[in-house]
Design a protein around this ligand. Structure first.
Ligand code: SF4
Ligand code: SF4
Length: 131
């Protein structure tokens, strides 16, 4: 489906969860190491868990709870989370415009990682969900 959302490295250690609050289908997950579970809250910080998934240990070990993950099977490509006024660091891209390191690629305005290849995070988004 066109327009699937991918979260990239700019989210690392920022994680303000602004994207969680605008997602209408609760498909943006955070890894909870204590429960070894990927959890999606109804509203960020509410403690009300809407969806959960089991993490793939081989993939979740790479970034753990340092960033959030979109479940691409659940994302409806609604576009809400990658509007320019949502993510403070421009970490979220539609799959089709995910920067691949080419200097001619358009970056989200606030992305501090301009020039980097973000395509790794598309596969990571698929790999972290074991179920
Ligand atoms: S594009 Fe829409 S459905 Fe997909 S993660 Fe973003 S807010 Fe959620
Ligand atoms: S809005 Fe951006 S920085 Fe905040 S949690 Fe979502 S992807 Fe991470």
């Amino acid at each position: 489906m066109a327009g699937l959302a991918v979260i990239t490295e700019a989210c690392m250690d920022v994680k303000d969860r602004a994207c969680v609050d605008v997602c209408p289908v609760q498909c943006i997950y955070e890894f909870d190491p204590a429960q070894n579970l990927l959890v999606a809250e109804d509203e960020a910080g509410s403690g009300e868990i809407e969806n959960t998934h089991t993490p793939n240990p081989d993939a979740i070990v790479l970034f753990g709870d340092s960033l959030l993950y979109v479940n691409l099977d659940e994302c409806t490509s609604c576009t809400a989370c990658y509007q320019p006024d949502v993510c403070p660091v421009g970490a979220i891209y539609p799959e089709e415009t995910l920067p691949d390191g080419d200097t001619r690629t358009e970056y989200n305005k606030e992305d501090p990682n301009k020039g980097n290849d973000h395509s790794f995070f598309l596969q990571l988004s698929r790999d972290v969900f074991a179920d």
